[in-house]
Design a protein around this ligand. Structure first.
Ligand code: 5GP
Ligand code: ZN
Length: 108
């Protein structure tokens, strides 16, 4: 989608190093971390929010969750690989970037 910052990151139009990636999703560090480890997981295709998912979105969700699982193994809390997954959905809930993203938060 034109002028979507996260589409530009996913396509490398804006160069941001990926922490993890697969066919469906990429992960990169949040520019304003809210925890010692703050990584965003986004789909490669433009989906504005959870409220825009469809019956065809299953593989994308599985791909994103696969990255979360990988992140937990490397970046999860040292004791038990624990983490928080936060998904602001809709402006009223604090979503500022309308390309769906999951906040992976760890190291508190
Ligand atoms: P939201 O409030 O939409 O759930 O969160 C948006 C997140 O994206 C914020 O935590 C913000 O710091 C992050 N963010 C916004 N623009 C960029 C960017 O260009 N690069 C990176 N790495 N993070 C961004
Ligand atoms: Zn986008």
């Amino acid at each position: 989608m034109i002028n979507c910052i996260f589409c530009k990151i996913a396509s490398h139009e804006i160069p941001v190093p990926f922490v993890a990636e697969n066919d469906y999703a990429v992960a990169f560090y949040d520019r304003s971390p809210q925890a010692p480890v703050h990584i965003l997981v986004i789909p490669r295709i433009h989906i504005a929010s959870i409220n825009d998912l469809t019956d065809q979105s299953g593989p994308v969700i599985v791909g994103m969750m696969d990255l979360v699982r990988q992140l937990a193994q490397i970046h999860g809390n040292s004791s038990d690989k624990g983490f928080n997954l936060k998904v602001n959905t809709g402006a009223s809930a604090g979503q500022e970037v309308f390309h769906m993203h999951w906040h992976f938060l760890a190291g508190k």
